[in-house]
Design a protein around this ligand. Structure first.
Ligand SMILES: *Cc1c(COP(=O)(O)O)cnc(C)c1O
Length: 397
């Protein structure tokens, strides 16, 4: 079979589309997967073809059979609003390329106060040098964002939920205001992926992901994707060309391989993550669990309206404890590794402090904060590991 057979892809469920899209069995001489094309030069058969730039592939930077397979699979997952997908060498490169696609000197940008910190650094660093002004806003602003628009406001950058504090902005309300003012909406959709959050269907013009996380899924690649609707895609495509942004072929292949199993991995992260979140909510050491799929979470109504699932990443606020006790807990756990990034098969824990960089809002959690990534280990083993951690916390108080 290939993706041209069976029901029209738009009629298939997302998990089927993840498996069937981007496959061209005949071109792959029967093999299920495309080759990893390491290529720069593409030969043209005749001078006429050369002059006319004729041919499906023209130069390695602009695409290969491997990148085509990944782009088709991502497009099938994003849905009918998606007009094109760009590939970048990291999630941050996907964000910077996206922002450079839509902004020019003199423009104004609105950025949600809970976005990934290096995204802020790009706005406060390079964009300032290029004459773009950024205003940060309260993640819970909703339609109130109208008051922050200026005549030169060109774009709004959101992340739902923010990947440390897990506040859930109302993207639909923000998009309605932005579109009425002629601005584009950019969503960092890394947490839910387009499998659980079809943001292009909900008013977002450009949805990007750090595919380093769940798409790759094995903590072994750096990768970014940029999916855009028909209004925004020409801007993104042109900027990718002008900047020379492209991704390495082995990483493209690994991202595609990750897509094939994304639905089963995410379902497991979702199930175990929510199980752990509920368990942690009953622990005496924990003051709050920040997970939008919990009925008690302030962002739950928006999550329920806009998302079909949750990933394995959430945070907890501990009851007040000295730093040394928290450190004792971190040192006592064995299955939870300490490290940045997430979305791989393994569980992780890191302490964080949003207030050290937020500017529009103060986020005063009232105790030490930890972010957990629930991996694919057995959830009872993970609970036993955290039990060990809590015992060490108490012993060091
Ligand atoms: C990790 C991350 C990024 C950046 O991705 P890299 O591949 O590390 O550059 C962007 N946004 C979010 C929400 C992330 O977690």
């Amino acid at each position: 079979m290939d993706s041209s057979q069976g029901d029209a892809p738009s009629q298939q469920h997302a998990d089927t589309r993840l498996v069937t899209s981007g496959r061209d069995t005949k071109a792959q001489k029967g093999f299920v997967n495309p080759p990893v094309v390491h290529g720069s030069t593409v030969l043209y058969p005749t001078a006429e073809d050369l002059h006319a730039h004729r041919g499906e592939f023209q130069y390695g930077r602009h695409g290969t059979p491997t990148t085509k397979a990944l782009q088709e699979t991502l497009m099938a997952l994003e849905g009918p609003q998606c007009a094109g997908v760009g590939l970048a060498p990291s999630g941050l490169a996907a964000i910077s390329t996206t922002l450079l696609s839509v902004l020019k000197a003199g423009d104004h940008l609105l950025v949600c106060d809970n976005v990934y910190r290096p995204s802020r650094n790009f706005c406060n660093g390079l964009l300032v040098r290029y004459g773009v002004e950024t205003t940060y806003f309260d993640p819970l602003i909703g339609a109130g964002i109208a008051a922050l628009f200026k005549s030169k406001t060109r774009a709004v950058l959101v992340e739902a939920p923010g990947s440390q504090s897990f506040e859930m902005p109302d993207i639909r309300a923000i998009a309605d205001v932005a579109h009425a003012r002629g601005a584009l909406v950019i969503d960092d959709n890394t947490w839910a992926t387009p499998l659980y959050h079809r943001s292009l269907d909900q008013g977002v013009d450009i949805s990007m992901q750090a595919a380093t996380k769940y798409v790759g899924g094995h903590s072994d690649i750096m990768f970014g994707t940029i999916s855009a609707n028909a209004k925004a895609w020409p801007l993104v495509a042109e900027t990718i060309r002008l900047l020379g942004v492209c991704a390495g072929p082995d990483d493209v292949f690994l991202a595609l391989r990750g897509m094939r199993t994304l639905s089963v991995r995410l379902a497991q992260h979702y199930r175990s993550g929510l199980d752990m979140a509920r368990w942690l909510a009953t622990r005496p050491e924990v003051a709050r669990v920040l997970h939008p799929a919990l009925e008690t979470d302030p962002g739950h109504a928006i999550w329920k309206r806009d998302f079909t699932g949750a990933s394995g990443l959430f945070s907890i606020v501990l009851k007040p404890a000295p730093q040394k006790a928290v450190d004792a807990m971190l040192d006592a756990v064995k299955l939870f590794g300490m490290g940045y990034s997430w979305g791989g098969f393994e569980s992780l824990v890191i302490p964080f402090d949003c207030d050290s960089y937020r500017t529009a809002t103060k986020w005063s959690p009232g105790g030490p904060t930890l972010r957990l990534h629930i991996g694919l280990e057995n959830v009872d083993d993970l609970k036993a590991d955290l039990d060990r951690g809590f015992a060490a916390l108490k012993a060091a108080m």
